[in-house]
Design a protein. Structure first.
Length: 186
């Protein structure tokens, strides 16, 4: 493998420093991998294969004859698991997200509606909400807190939705990789 990594790197026209910068490692790490004093991990080999437009078996020095196989039991298992487990989970998460979104929207819109009513229906901004009356101040701060709580809930919902979509993308990526696989012949 040691001469193979160096040869493939040179064929791709990259220096050790360029490869090190791309992988966020030191140039000495690249040198150690190429001279055989250290071996890269499988995840690093995958990153190197992408960087060199090659494959992991080629980096390892195998004469590659890949055969693509389909695992039909994996298709059946993925279908059953995705239909009976993932689909209900996604449905429940989607429904909860919709409910929290509607609740958050209501928390934002209620103070805005009250302010609209006070300003445009009374034609005056001098009302109890902003007067020196203790109930006016408490109502005013309650509306501000309600509005800010609605904004915080929407931010949290968007963040959690983003994380959930990233998780689903990774799950389906690895789920489909189990259906089609390669066999390396030497």
């Amino acid at each position: 493998m040691k001469n193979n990594l160096q040869q493939i790197r040179q064929n791709s026209g990259m220096t050790q420093q360029e490869v090190a910068d791309s992988l966020f490692v030191t140039r000495q790490s690249i040198s150690r991998w190429e001279n055989g004093s250290r071996e890269p991990s499988i995840s690093v080999l995958e990153d190197l294969a992408k960087l060199y437009n090659s494959s992991v078996p080629v980096l390892l020095g195998y004469e590659v004859a890949l055969t693509r196989k389909t695992n039909y039991f994996s298709i059946l298992g993925n279908f059953i698991f995705n239909f009976f487990v993932c689909l209900p989970v996604v449905g429940v998460v989607g429904l909860l997200s919709f409910i929290v979104g509607c609740f958050s929207f209501a928390l934002i819109m209620i103070p805005m509606y009250v302010l609209y009513e006070k300003i445009f229906q009374n034609r005056s901004i001098n009302f109890v909400l902003l007067s020196y009356h203790p109930q006016g101040f408490s109502a005013f701060f309650l509306y501000i807190i309600t509005f800010l709580l609605g904004l915080a809930l929407i931010y949290a919902l968007l963040s959690l939705s983003r994380l959930f979509l990233i998780f689903l993308k990774k799950y389906f990526k690895y789920s489909f990789k189990s259906i089609r696989y390669d066999i390396i012949k030497r």
